[in-house]
Design a protein around this ligand. Structure first.
Ligand SMILES: Cc1cc2nc3c(=O)[nH]c(=O)nc-3n(C[C@H](O)[C@H](O)[C@H](O)COP(=O)(O)OP(=O)(O)OC[C@H]3O[C@@H](n4cnc5c(N)ncnc54)[C@H](O)[C@@H]3O)c2cc1C
Length: 409
């Protein structure tokens, strides 16, 4: 049995190794001249390998098509990947929210371990850009730009999504799958910066905020998401960890108007914040209002909050009324921006959409349309929230595709 695996990311590496260990002769074809280019930049170079959660929790962290992942997660779970990495010298640690990282904080160690695993399995990796996949009577013909035609019995498509195309994931696999008769759910960005209306974000560009809380509501005031952590303002809107996480909950820009509300002082409720402001004001009685907030807010935010509070900036602090102070509290606890949409898929951490899961057997990852064709990783229409769940999707589906493709000799 000759199996070609297209794409040398985590899904492709896992698929190639498990097919080779099942006894097949495996060729892993990767467009870059090294494997795991995207994997190397995951988790800001630290690689959030997986999560310590139970399998059901993994499924809960997949907003669409989570159930499709059931068999794959049971076949190869978070313990399997951490044990595998340990065998190759990568010790892991658990951080906030169950996120698992290498103790070394170096994603390259994870890539190197998977590369060794592929090599030890007997799979052969070559550099080559696949340009076309054709079904033949007995198998497949793969056109590789640098190498000519390759024939094989089975194909595992693990070309990733369309995010961060500079890493090689340029969405080629969607085209191949479509030409073989598959439906592609339109790729959309997920875990992506958000574009906001108006000039507020632009005015605050470059400002990074820690320990803030955000809440996103729809036009009816219904809460869609809330979180606590870090964010930053950019020329187009907002980004940073809490914003990226929020974005994967905003799935209906066509029909909904999302509003972002930032609480700049989540540790203090309205009353406590008012007391804190009063204390500051007591020391600043004779100052202009605009010069009285230095201890409370970052410099860049002061003119914005002053103007939102409606209090004249040159008003003396001693003349500020209680009603004005309460408006100031509200401006600090509810800095509001309307969300227009997301940045493009190329800037997203994850592509949602991809091969329609209805056309893939969840127990084997084999196409229900083209026998002998398998899928693994981000190319499939499954995407998760942050926390290491997306990489686990890649290893689990890769493992299942590899194992099953090697089965029926
Ligand atoms: C900046 C960033 C940080 C991330 N951090 C995390 C994290 O910490 N934890 C987490 O769980 N997830 C993270 N992710 C998501 C995670 O990287 C992906 O879910 C994962 O890489 C998907 O694996 P894959 O193997 O399916 O695809 P990819 O990793 O995209 O690999 C696909 C491979 O196929 C190759 N390829 C494509 N077309 C062809 C072709 N025509 N011929 C030959 N080869 C081809 C590509 O070059 C590429 O190497 C992050 C993503 C980004 C962009």
């Amino acid at each position: 049995m000759k199996i070609a695996v297209i794409g040398g990311g985590p899904a492709g590496m896992m698929a190639a190794a498990s097919a080779a260990m099942g006894g097949a002769s495996v060729l892993l074809i990767e467009k870059n001249n090294f494997l795991g280019k995207k994997l190397r930049i995951t988790g800001k170079g630290r690689c959030n390998i997986t999560n310590s959660a139970e399998i059901q929790e993994f499924i809960n962290n997949i907003p669409v098509n989570g159930k499709f992942m059931h068999s794959a997660f049971y076949a190869f779970d978070n313990n399997d990947i951490t044990e595998l990495l340990k065998r190759y010298g990568v010790e892991t640690k658990i951080e906030r929210g169950g996120r698992i990282f290498p103790v070394s904080d170096n994603a390259k160690d994870v890539v190197d371990a998977l590369k060794k695993y592929v090599k030890d399995s007997g799979a052969r990796a070559i550099q080559g850009t696949v340009t076309e996949i054709l079904k033949t009577e007995n198998g497949f013909k793969i056109k590789v730009k640098e190498k000519g035609n390759i024939t094989c019995d089975k194909v595992i498509l693990a070309t990733g999504g369309a995010s961060y195309p500079q890493t090689g994931s340029t969405g080629d696999g969607y085209r191949f799958a479509k030409s073989l008769g598959h439906e592609i759910i339109p790729p959309k960005p997920s875990l992506v910066p958000l574009v906001t209306e108006g000039t507020l974000a632009n005015r605050l560009m470059g400002l990074s905020l820690k320990n803030i809380a955000i809440k996103i509501t729809d036009e009816k005031g219904k809460k869609v998401y809330e979180d606590f952590g870090e964010m930053l303002f950019t020329h187009y809107g907002v980004s940073g960890p809490v914003i990226l996480s929020a974005s994967s909950h905003l799935r209906d820009f066509e029909n909904k108007n999302y509003i972002l509300s930032i609480d700049l002082k989540p540790a203090l409720d309205d009353e406590a914040l008012d007391k804190r402001i009063l204390r500051d004001f007591e020391k600043e009685q004779n100052r202009d209002f605009i010069n009285s907030l230095d201890a409370l807010l970052p410099q860049k935010l002061i003119p914005v909050i002053v103007s939102l509070s409606g209090i004249p900036e040159r008003k003396k602090v001693r003349d500020i009324t209680r009603a004005e102070r309460l408006k100031l509290v509200e401006s600090i606890k509810k800095l509001t921006l309307k969300i227009k949409g997301t940045r493009p898929v190329a800037e997203a951490i994850i592509t949602s959409g991809g091969i329609n899961v209805k056309e893939i057997n969840p127990k084997t990852m084999e196409s229900k349309i083209v026998p002998g064709l398998y899928f693994a990783g981000e190319i499939i229409d499954v995407d998760a929230y942050t926390g290491g769940f997306n990489l686990q999707i890649a290893y689990s589906t890769g493992y299942l595709a590899g194992e099953n493709s090697a089965k029926d000799w």
